[in-house]
Design a protein around this ligand. Structure first.
Ligand code: PAF
Length: 286
């Protein structure tokens, strides 16, 4: 195994300093662990782009609401290390919550400095039901950027709202790095890979397929010439399994994040739904 596991910030910074002295470029793949082939594609892309690659594995307590799955979120560090090694990561950085935040580990804490992305970007889609989530994401990602000082950071397009918000943070706060968006990786039957798929029973897994089917159906209908988002919405709804509780299905311009009534190039179609107790998201860009 060539990949080194580090748990503390000081050791990581020393290593990064060594690389910098050699003039090497650094890529960061931020994750919450439970790595799957979607993460593997990010690590692979990072390895192709940069001399050195750090994968962070940190289930970030401040991005989970009180009734969410922080405690239950899968923690599989041995496997994460193995997969990171297989795809050529140099370091897996897996800090404890105390290492990252001291004692301030709850979303409701008032002692921590938070990054607050613009209201119009967080008060919609996933942010509507996950209040405070994107503040927690932006805060931990800025901390990781400050710790690792990467030249490039790699994020999956599945979390499209997260990606948009983080790109905005990089621009607004003049961070000296490039965000590289990476395509969604799917199972053969279309299900978007997610660490939360492990929560699904066999029956729920079958029902979850209707999310990607609905998106595919929208794409097909759009390619047949229908651009009206109300019509596209209605055709997709008819495909959703009655055992799936839809939270949103929205069409947004992926350059401005504004809602669109007519699909144009670069329209994000994003869906979130609960399958049993598991909340899943998926999207396509038309
Ligand atoms: O997408 C994720 O896994 C997390 O939100 C991230 C970016 C690693 C921050 O905790």
């Amino acid at each position: 195994m060539n990949t080194i596991l580090l748990n503390n910030i000081t050791d990581l910074r020393l290593k990064i300093k060594e690389w910098r002295k050699e003039g090497l470029t650094v890529g960061l793949v931020p994750t919450m662990g439970a790595l799957h082939n979607g993460h593997a594609s990010l690590i692979k892309k990072a390895k192709e782009t940069c001399d050195k690659v750090v994968v962070s594995v940190f289930v970030n307590p401040i991005q989970f609401g009180p009734n969410e799955d922080y405690d239950k979120y899968p923690r599989t560090i041995e496997n994460d290390l193995k997969l990171s090694n297989e795809y050529g990561a140099d370091i897996v950085f897996a800090p404890t919550p105390i290492e990252m935040y001291g004692k301030n580990t709850s979303l409701s804490n008032t002692e921590l400095t938070f990054v607050c992305p613009p209201y119009n970007l967080v008060d919609c889609l996933c942010g509507k039901s996950r209040v405070g989530h994107f503040d927690g994401v932006a805060t931990v990602v800025l901390k990781l950027f400050n710790i690792v000082t990467p030249d490039y950071a790699f994020f999956g397009q599945k979390d499209a709202q997260q990606l948009f918000i983080l790109k905005k943070m990089v621009k607004d706060l003049n961070l000296d790095l490039t965000i590289v968006p990476c395509p969604i990786v799917r199972e053969n039957d279309g299900l978007a890979l997610s660490s939360r798929n492990t929560y699904l029973s066999a029956d729920e897994r079958k029902r979850a397929l209707c999310l990607s089917k609905a998106l595919k159906h929208i794409e097909k209908t759009y390619l047949q010439g229908i651009t009206d988002t109300d019509i596209l919405f209605d055709t997709a709804i008819s495909i959703l399994d009655s055992g799936v509780e839809m939270e949103y299905l929205e069409f947004r311009n992926f350059e401005t994040f504004e809602k669109v009534e007519k699909v144009q190039a670069n329209t994000l179609v994003a869906i979130a739904a609960k399958v049993g107790k598991t909340r899943l998201i998926d999207n396509i860009i038309l």
